[in-house]
Design a protein around this ligand. Structure first.
Ligand code: SAH
Length: 365
């Protein structure tokens, strides 16, 4: 019998008594047959949401310049691994590669690695990046030994599953999914696993108030693997995502469908599920591994420092009136504070403490 995703989730809850929000998120997004990313291309006006590289080519162009600048500062390593985590349609990487074409040696010496779980999106990437000989990986550790790396990841970390730890009257619980009397999915709380509580940041465990704290063991694992790779092979990693600069209480797990928020239980596997990234946690993990941490800064400050406004003017000089209006609105969406400019944060990691990394002048304290 072919079970629906809802049936699969309910069966698992009946067997185990509950399901963590992280397991729910992982199934909804990544179930091989029914997972949201596994079955569709979710981007664009006719999809569910729009990401920065899909808004304007200028986003990927700035990241391309950033990569080229670092490649030079790293001493033009030959060969080097250019890596993207969660490349979506491949639009960001295509813009990065177009922008770096004029950079002598960059294309000839780069080996392109894409970490992508979705067969549908892999096929979009295969088409878009056909001329660049990409290889797909399932784990960062697959990048060949000895190759210095430049890693970029836009809106990748927010797709990694989070668990929700709940403090009430000074006791820690975990918020989990259960089935109610009517066999409907809902939330309940259970005693927290002590190991999870031990992993919470001290400013949260030491705080007086109650609240809900989200943590992602998978994200922590990904960041640690990136740190190990950078330490071993040298290089940089750039993360852009929506999230907060400081670890804090707050529920951010959300579902989006057709550009609108929907309740997270309504349409398992048919809506995007994301959670805000805790950039302080990310930085702390990397620092613990001896990485130099740059940022977080805001996406607006990062892109402006890299010269996105100058780039917009230059493109506008040769554009039609319609194109000029598109460039203006794309720029606004990417950098304005009431758009993506402030909610989205940027953070870079590097093994070399002396490396100067562009874009982080306005670090958020
Ligand atoms: N970076 C792209 C897409 C962001 S959406 C953009 O900015 O447009 C998130 C991407 O991460 C998708 O490509 C999704 O399939 C991929 N993804 C999510 N979880 C993943 C995982 N655990 N492993 C590999 N890829 C994953």
């Amino acid at each position: 019998m072919d079970l629906s995703l809802v049936d699969i989730i309910k069966t698992s809850i009946r067997e185990r008594g509950f399901m963590t929000t992280a397991d729910y998120m992982a199934l909804c997004l990544g179930h091989p047959k029914h997972g949201y990313y596994m079955t569709r291309d979710p981007f664009g006006v006719n999809g569910d949401f729009v990401t920065a590289p899909e808004i304007s080519q200028m986003f990927g162009e700035m990241i391309g310049l950033w990569c080229a600048d670092l490649w030079i500062k790293m001493g033009r390593p030959t060969p080097f691994a250019l890596v993207e985590l969660g490349p979506g349609r491949g639009t960001l990487m295509e813009d990065v590669l177009r922008t770096t074409r004029a950079m002598e040696g960059f294309h000839a010496t780069k080996q392109l690695y894409l970490m992508e779980m979705s067969p549908v999106l892999q096929s979009a990437q295969r088409q878009k990046l056909a001329g660049y000989n990409p290889e797909w990986i399932v784990d960062i550790a697959q990048i060949p030994e000895g190759m210095p790396v430049i890693i970029v990841a836009n809106e990748f970390l927010d797709a990694l599953p989070v668990r929700q730890m709940l403090r009430e009257n000074n006791r820690w619980y975990e918020r989990v999914l259960v089935l109610d009397k009517n066999d409907t999915l809902g939330f309940a709380k259970k005693e927290a696993d002590l190991r999870m509580v031990e992993g919470l940041p001290p400013q949260i465990t030491g705080a007086r108030e109650d609240g809900l704290f989200e943590m992602s063991p998978v994200l922590n694992h990904v960041v640690k693997s990136v740190g190990i790779l950078l330490q071993k092979q040298k290089g940089v990693a750039l993360f852009l995502d929506y999230g907060h600069a400081k670890s804090a209480y707050g529920e951010t797990l959300q579902a989006v469908k057709n550009h609108e928020y929907v309740p997270i239980f309504d349409t398992p596997g048919m809506a995007d599920l994301t959670a805000h990234v805790d950039f302080e946690n990310l930085g702390k993990i990397a620092q613990g591994q001896g990485m130099a941490v740059h940022g977080p800064t805001t996406q607006g400050a990062f892109l402006k420092e890299l010269g996105i406004e100058v780039r917009a003017e230059r493109l506008k000089a040769h554009a039609t009136q319609d194109q000029r209006a598109d460039l203006d609105s794309g720029l606004k969406r990417l950098i304005d504070t009431d758009q993506m400019g402030t909610l989205f944060k940027v953070l870079a990691l590097c093994d070399d403490p002396n490396m100067e990394i562009a874009g982080f002048h306005d670090r958020l304290s």
